[in-house]
Design a protein around this ligand. Structure first.
Ligand code: CTP
Length: 232
């Protein structure tokens, strides 16, 4: 099948430096995005762009893709903006840091036994929100976001879908050491602009990538009320 879309997937955490030896980050491994980019290549998307934050070595590159490594949320945002184009599927599977230190200390912060340490943080860029305006100028930019939640999965996912102006959101529960972040199985609640909901999984991230790409392709190829999955 001809696939006249570019496929851009963004994955992994970002790092926000506190001083030369410490940073704020999260345990995202980038595996979900890696599986998605690999699956898109297998399906014959002619251009696959893989933007990854600091992930373990096995997820740093996808063979056959255009690989772009980034570190901070600002760098990730700049890389995403560079890839905005007509007829592009953008999947934001990344977990960028939302806050960054108000000041980066040039020297290592020394510990003090007497006092605790207060760190002043400021918000960093919301990448998906920052592309809402530029996306209006483009034809056929299909935006897929993820929502990592510990609770109120459906409500928060719907809110993010609206606030970030997404075509589709994939919500998953995250708990330390369980599903979501990392290597384990996952389950995704898919919600589209019309509020149609569908659960994918639970299953390994490789199988979920196949199911999610099926779902994305269906939406992209038949946007005007064509074949639709049943609302579960
Ligand atoms: N995202 C983004 N820019 C950020 C943070 C998140 O573009 N600074 C994207 C993620 O890649 C994901 C979606 O926004 O596709 C939702 O991310 P999530 O971490 O679930 O939510 P936040 O928007 O960060 O909100 P909160 O932390 O309050 O849940």
């Amino acid at each position: 099948m001809d696939r006249p879309f570019r496929f851009v997937v963004v994955t992994g955490p970002t790092r926000e430096w506190i001083d030369p030896v410490r940073f704020i980050s999260n345990p995202s491994t980038g595996k979900t995005g890696h599986c998605l980019a690999s699956e898109a290549l297998k399906r014959g998307f002619h251009e696959v762009i893989y933007i990854a934050g600091p992930v373990p070595e096995r997820y740093q590159q996808v063979e056959g893709a255009q690989n772009i490594a980034v570190e901070t949320t600002l760098e990730m945002g700049a890389a995403v903006r560079q890839q905005l184009a007509d007829r592009t599927i953008l999947v934001m599977a990344a977990a960028p840091a939302d806050y960054t230190p108000a000041q980066i200390s040039a020297s290592k912060i020394k510990k003090s036994d007497k006092e605790g340490l207060s760190l002043q943080l400021k918000p960093t860029l919301d990448i998906l929100k920052s592309i809402v305006e530029p996306a209006r100028q483009l034809q056929g930019l299909f935006r897929v976001g993820f929502a990592a939640e510990t609770d109120n999965l459906e409500e928060y996912a719907m809110r993010k879908l609206r606030e970030k102006d997404l075509d589709m959101i994939c919500a998953n529960r995250v708990f330390k050491g369980e599903t979501g972040f990392g290597e384990n199985e996952n389950a995704l609640l898919i919600v589209d602009r019309e509020g149609l909901q569908q659960w994918l999984g639970p299953g390994p991230k490789e199988s979920l990538a196949r199911l999610l790409l099926d779902r994305i392709e269906l939406a992209v190829m038949a946007p005007a009320g064509g074949q639709r999955p049943k609302n579960k």
